[in-house]
Unconditional design. Structure first.
Length: 313
């Protein structure tokens, strides 16, 4: 494997309204950004992978700021659509005195939801055809209208026919779906267009009711997925192809925050695969990256926290 990857998804503004756990005093709210696919894009870029992020934002100052931040990370933003008069989606995190988090979302009118229905969608899809890999998640699917998903499926068929490889992380958020039945049908159709699947055991069991890891892998292989990496948290991951199933253990660490554990694992795995590593070795790299991320708070940790990182000259 080698080449360029396009990541398709949504990134929102993040307002963190924390409470001082020890004192009970309200802390000032902080502004950041977050999104599963954007997290993976940033970590891919830190590996030196050529990655473009495809999404839609507004033409407001905060959208400008988000793009500037992504570009500083090395993420290509040439596929970010700008919609006049629009603003990004937003979510707020509240942390109680016990450290438990509650999320509130304002994303129904976010421009990313209309990316594939916008006037420039044809040009975007044409540009995406020139990439070697296309990565998206269950959240990506969940924000689109049914007509946009059908357009995406048609594109993926054409994309694969031209040699592109599709990578799917079945990240499941129930609030994005009208029902589990609709999610199940959507995921099944997506998996039938997937070359590399990076699911999580809990998500698959919630959507499909699988009895165990073996059942999940058998189902995905039945859809025609050639490369499956089933993430199982602290139990590691199962790497499966047509000939083998290998358990790759996770790295034991003191967990501080599991945010973006799967997103960073995916980045480590894909960066290693793109560099030419075999799936089992790539899974070990994914665990290595995730182990670093979960020892710090936040989805995107400072680059200097990563082992071996050196500031650019």
């Amino acid at each position: 494997m080698a080449g360029k990857i396009v990541v398709l998804g949504e990134c929102m503004l993040e307002v963190n309204r924390g409470t001082g756990i020890a004192s009970g005093n309200q802390l000032p709210a902080t502004l950041a950004y977050g999104g599963d696919t954007l997290n993976t894009s940033v970590y891919l870029a830190r590996y030196g992978v050529a990655v473009d992020y495809a999404t839609a934002l507004g033409d407001d100052p905060l959208s400008d700021w988000m793009i500037e931040q992504w570009q500083m990370e090395g993420v290509g933003c040439g596929l970010v659509a700008r919609m006049p008069g629009e603003v990004p989606g937003l979510y707020m995190i509240e942390v109680d005195e016990h450290g438990e988090r509650t999320f509130h979302y304002w994303r129904d009118s976010a421009p990313a939801r209309r990316l594939l229905d916008a006037p420039g969608a044809d040009a975007l899809l044409k540009a995406m055809l020139r990439s070697d890999y296309l990565y998206l998640s269950g959240i990506t699917l969940g924000i689109y209208a049914p007509t946009a998903r059908q357009r995406l499926y048609s594109f993926l068929e054409a994309y694969r026919s031209k040699g592109g490889r599709v990578i799917f992380d079945g990240n499941y958020r129930p609030r994005l779906w009208e029902s589990e039945g609709i999610a199940r049908t959507t995921y099944e159709q997506m998996y039938r267009l997937t070359d590399i699947a990076l699911p999580t055991i809990e998500d698959e069991q919630q959507v499909f009711g699988d009895a165990d890891a073996a059942s999940i892998i058998a189902r995905l292989q039945g859809y025609g997925v050639g490369e499956v990496v089933l993430k199982m948290g602290g139990d590691g991951c199962l790497v499966a192809d047509a000939d083998s199933r290998v358990l790759v253990p996770a790295e034991p660490v003191d967990v501080v925050d599991t945010t973006a554990a799967g997103d960073s694992f995916n980045a480590g795995y894909l960066a290693a695969r793109i560099a030419g590593d075999a799936p089992v070795q790539a899974a070990a790299e994914g665990h290595k990256m995730a182990a670093q991320v979960i020892q710090h708070r936040g989805a995107i940790i400072p680059p200097a926290k990563l082992p071996g990182w050196r500031p650019p000259v």
